[in-house]
Design a protein around this ligand. Structure first.
Ligand SMILES: C[S@@+](CC[C@H](N)C(=O)[O-])C[C@H]1O[C@@H](n2cnc3c(N)ncnc32)[C@H](O)[C@@H]1O
Length: 256
């Protein structure tokens, strides 16, 4: 049997790696790294730094897995993502099957927490279902960008007895802030969807959280929305990629 550890590594700061993750890093003989192209080299470098820092006194191999191209223009978003996952699963099954020996322990280092907007678990579950793979897997949680955002702004994400809603920029643009919710965390937003909400809404925004490029801005959408758009555009142009997350908090209704 092969064993694969799915290890959450935090959202950008190597100090966010947990003791449980360090123990897991020291069990793996092979680290599988998805090669996302030059724009995302920072993320590959962080993974290498984490392996060296926390498991550097033992021998291991790094094996790269190519990333298939995703059709981002398709209007059928879900189907496009499904197709892309299928392709990824085929590549991963081939590489893991070839590089991880029977009895061996491999690891995949997942950005943030594996349970939050990440396809690793779905793909590993799929390939573990192939009898020829003879694969078991374990999950080690990580600090997500959502937790990092709250800590850096020194805020609680939840208000007394109220729910918290986590969604994507695309869904925020389509649905707005749900009626029953005052607090919404938005991830995977390529187009500043907060610009469409009530301008009195408070926004707590963070980009490249935990890294030396971190940017934090907060205020009402009316006051800081334009500033966030400008900072986001400038940083994205400079680095070639951006990862940002934000909390939207509905403005309190004026007391009668
Ligand atoms: C594919 S999801 C992965 C989320 C990850 N599993 C987590 O727990 O944070 C990528 C999104 O996470 C958010 N994100 C991840 N790392 C971030 C960081 N260091 N700073 C700000 N946002 C981040 C962004 O919204 C980005 O679009």
């Amino acid at each position: 049997m092969r064993l694969l550890l799915i290890i959450g590594i935090g959202a950008g700061d190597p100090d966010q790696v947990t003791v449980q993750a360090i123990k897991a890093l020291n069990r793996a003989d092979v680290f599988f790294v998805v090669d996302k192209g030059t724009d995302k080299q920072d993320m590959v470098l962080l993974r290498q730094e984490i392996c060296e820092r926390y498991a550097g006194n033992r021998s291991y191999r790094m094996v790269s897995m190519p990333e298939p191209e995703r059709d981002r223009r398709s209007p059928a978003y879900r189907q496009a993502v499904e197709r892309w996952r299928e392709e990824r699963a085929g590549i991963w099954a081939e590489v893991i099957g070839a590089e991880l020996a029977d009895g061996g322990c491999g690891a995949l280092l997942v950005w943030g927490d594996p349970g939050l907007y990440d396809s690793t678990l779905a793909i590993v579950e799929q390939i573990a279902g192939l009898p020829a793979m003879d694969l078991e897997f374990e999950v080690i949680p990580g600090i997500s960008s959502v937790q990092a955002l709250a800590a850096r702004h020194r805020i609680s994400l939840t208000q007394v007895g109220s729910p918290l809603y986590i969604t994507t920029g695309r869904r925020l643009a389509e649905d707005g802030i749900p009626e029953h919710c005052d607090d919404v965390v938005v991830m995977l937003d390529a187009s500043c969807s907060f610009t469409a909400v009530d301008p009195g809404t408070e926004i707590y925004w963070g980009a490249y959280l935990g890294t030396r490029d971190e940017i934090l801005l907060s205020g009402t959408v009316r006051d800081v929305g334009g500033q966030i758009q400008a900072a986001r555009g400038e940083a994205r142009a400079r680095k070639g990629w951006i990862m940002d997350t934000y909390l939207l908090r509905r403005a309190k209704a004026n007391p009668a």
